[in-house]
Design a protein around this ligand. Structure first.
Ligand SMILES: Cc1cc2nc3c(=O)[nH]c(=O)nc-3n(C[C@H](O)[C@H](O)[C@H](O)COP(=O)(O)OP(=O)(O)OC[C@H]3O[C@@H](n4cnc5c(N)ncnc54)[C@H](O)[C@@H]3O)c2cc1C
Length: 417
């Protein structure tokens, strides 16, 4: 069967691209191996989909070429997506820092995209794997590059042929534009595969090594017992690594550390690197310690710290950090006070690792954006082959930025497929 456009991956970027290309009059087929479209959308934002952010800026994205994302993000903005959400009367709210969440369920966003696809006549075919992609020779005289040509399927100049898992011979598909929207490697149980990277390899596009991003840290040394004891407790911290700093909650877990500040900094962390954690970001502990020693000398170190952290957290951390330290403030000398202050204001922690793709929200690295046009998302050396969404080496911060990249890159490609 012939289509103008075939999109592999019925996730955030693929569905957005399909709807917009369909609205342009292109015949569009979306293929996905999963039994349901948009599984990550459904799981996202704790079931409420943090679908965009009021403050989308290019510096909220990691990419080896920091300029790459600018074009798409400026042509399809958060306000465009909010306009679509409003058109579908989906209620939403700002949680914090510009993060927009559905009032009800993530399925509101998925249903909106599927309804846009449906209205645009897009075919979505699930439970279909693509076994191979073949590039076809086409007659250039008949305008394969004329993207505004009549979309009558008889006129399609097919550039790519797909052999799928469906055994029927009608299920070999050809298309003029092939869009790879298969996302990254995070959460294989939600359908993630390395398919997009294999396609890049087949067509000789460079890729950067991938690793898990927005992911909890694991701790396997003596600190693990503290993490287990404090599992479920959280506190507001700042975390620094590789010249990046984030402020937010840090959550102790049975395996190590999680929470928004941890997920954010994890994207900048490499194995072996040390984090600097300020457990009391609003307190100059060296100064307050000296003042309090003078005013309340009999106060214990644990009670002193418990003014800002919970009693349990203070006890566990003070015992772990200073097993041989004097009990009361009066007994501390200047050096000991500086040690305590440094430990709480600039804790140096080297995580053992991360929880990996099993729980990561995103995949860092991926297809080198120098291989792709930032305007059209088409591979520079492969006419008609497009890459959108997370499969590219573009990774957003936590807070709705990854979906905004999916919408923007999907929209950009849809103008040209
Ligand atoms: C638990 C979780 C929560 C998240 N919450 C948020 C959030 O609130 N806000 C935010 O901005 N971002 C969030 N993200 C990140 C966001 O979901 C992704 O960045 C985004 O979905 C990427 O869109 P995509 O279309 O590129 O890929 P996906 O949405 O991952 O879509 C890829 C699609 O391709 C299909 N596919 C994969 N391999 C194949 C293959 N071989 N053949 C056929 N089909 C294939 C998959 O089944 C899937 O449907 C979250 C991620 C996770 C894992």
């Amino acid at each position: 069967m012939k289509y103008d456009v075939i999109i592999i991956g019925a996730g955030a970027a693929g569905l957005m691209c399909a709807a917009i290309a369909g609205q342009r009059g292109r015949s569009v087929l979306v293929l996905d191996h999963a039994n349901k479209a948009g599984k990550k959308i459904l799981m996202s934002g704790g079931g409420r989909c943090n679908f965009t952010n009021y403050y989308v800026e290019p510096d909220r994205y990691l990419c080896h070429n920091p300029h790459f994302c600018k074009s798409a993000l400026s042509r399809y903005t958060q306000w465009d997506f909010i306009g679509l959400v409003d058109k579908h009367n989906i209620p939403y709210h700002e949680k914090q820092l510009g993060e927009l969440f559905c009032d009800n369920k993530s399925s509101d966003i998925l249903e909106m995209l599927l309804s846009e696809c449906n209205q645009a006549g897009v075919d979505v075919q699930l439970k279909t794997s693509v076994n191979s992609i073949k590039k076809l020779e086409i007659d250039s005289e008949h305008g394969a590059d004329d993207r505004n040509a009549d979309s009558n399927t008889d006129c399609i100049n097919s550039r790519y042929k797909l052999i799928t898992s469906k055994e029927d011979s009608r299920t070999d598909y050809t298309c003029e534009s092939l869009v790879i929207a298969t996302g990254g490697l995070s959460i294989p149980t939600l359908g993630a595969t390395g398919f997009g990277y294999q396609v890049a390899e087949q067509f000789k596009l460079k890729t950067y090594a991938t690793r898990a991003g927005l992911v909890p840290f694991t701790i396997t040394n003596q600190l693990k017992d503290v993490c287990i004891a404090l599992s479920g407790s959280s506190c507001e911290v700042t975390m620094e690594c590789s010249d990046q700093s984030f402020r937010g909650n840090m959550l102790f877990t049975h395996r190590g550390l999680s929470g928004p500040a941890v997920l954010q900094i994890s994207s900048y962390w490499q194995p072996g690197k040390t984090l600097t954690i300020n457990l009391l970001p609003d307190i100059d502990l060296a100064q307050v310690l000296r003042e309090t020693q003078h005013e309340r000398p009999k106060l214990s170190v644990k009670k002193f710290i418990a003014q800002w952290l919970t009693q349990k957290m203070s006890e566990q951390l003070v015992e772990f950090f200073f097993p041989a330290m004097p009990q009361t403030l009066a007994e501390l000398n200047a050096e000991q006070m500086d040690t305590i202050a440094e430990q709480f204001n600039a804790w140096q922690l080297a995580p053992s690792g991360t929880e990996g793709y099993r729980t990561a929200e995103v995949t860092l690295g991926g297809i080198d954006t120098d291989e792709v046009s930032s305007k059209t998302m088409m591979a520079k050396n492969q006419p008609g082959l497009y890459f959108i969404g997370e499969v590219l080496d573009v990774t957003g911060h936590l807070g709705g930025f990854n979906f905004q990249w999916a919408w923007a890159s999907g929209w950009a490609a849809a103008q040209y497929v």
